[in-house]
Write a protein that binds this ligand. Structure first.
Ligand code: CA
Length: 250
């Protein structure tokens, strides 16, 4: 690790509330030295990093890995980064993309952004600058899923988070507590990912002294009764034995 990387270490993370340090980053890059440096730096910042060295298989891998952000080189074997980005957006995949490229002409930046990239970093770039840009994108993503996603449809059941109401067919609206709304929002932000009881304690309850994982189970169980058609056989808010929970969304 270079001295620059060490300096950019923990303090940055601590100054950046709202960005999950365990965010998953897909790095698509074919230059070994850059892969080495970036993977090392990102992992030391707490990110989970997966590396692909060709543009050929990115779309399928994104479907499986569900990354929170993609760092995408432009000049790649297999398929260019610009084409990959276009493929993603045409496939309605809205994961933030930061393009990495040696090209620094204005026209290339415009082309990159036209394909649906969210940001653009020109090589050689400073690690600190890249980390800052990554955090901007992750924060933007977190806030848009917080602010924009006030509705959740679970089969025939609709949840309005702003009003704190659950609409079930053939019944009056059911009120959600503030805590239940917070729990649902956290699940929505982490949809299709395992969520542990400790995650919920930390993120929803802020580790309040009197709370324990049993409290989490009681709240989730009550919530399940409200938002699932059959809480004995939940389709969406499922229990993962020995792990916690997962909100499964299509
Ligand atoms: Ca390259």
């Amino acid at each position: 690790m270079s001295p620059v990387d060490e300096k950019s270490g923990r303090s940055d993370s601590e100054e950046s509330p709202g960005v999950a340090p365990e965010a998953r980053i897909l790095l698509v890059e074919d230059e070994p030295s850059l892969i080495f440096t970036l993977q090392d730096t990102l992992e030391s910042e707490g990110f989970h990093v997966t590396v692909l060295t060709s543009g050929a298989d990115v779309l399928r891998q994104v479907g499986e890995l569900r990354p929170d952000l993609i760092l995408l080189d432009v000049m790649l074997p297999g398929r260019s980064g610009l084409d990959v980005c276009r493929d993603l957006r045409e496939g309605q995949i809205e994961v933030p993309v930061i393009m990495l490229t040696a090209l620094d002409r204005e026209s290339d930046k415009v082309t990159g952004l036209d394909t649906g990239a969210d940001d653009y970093v020109t090589k050689p770039f400073g690690v600190k600058e890249l980390l800052a840009r990554i955090r901007v994108q992750l924060r933007r993503r977190a806030s848009s899923s917080e602010g924009g996603a006030d509705h959740l449809r679970l089969g025939s059941i609709e949840v309005n988070l702003r009003k704190g109401l659950v609409f079930r067919p053939g019944s009056s609206p059911i009120a959600l507590s503030t805590r239940e709304v917070q729990i649902i929002r956290y699940f929505m932000q982490n949809a299709n990912k395992p969520v542990s009881r400790d995650d919920l304690l930390e993120q929803v309850w802020n580790y309040e002294q009197t709370m324990n994982t049993r409290t989490v189970d009681v709240h989730v169980s009550k919530l399940c009764n409200k938002i699932e058609g059959d809480s004995d056989e939940p389709r969406f808010l499922t229990t993962l034995h020995g792990v916690g929970y997962m909100l499964k969304l299509g």
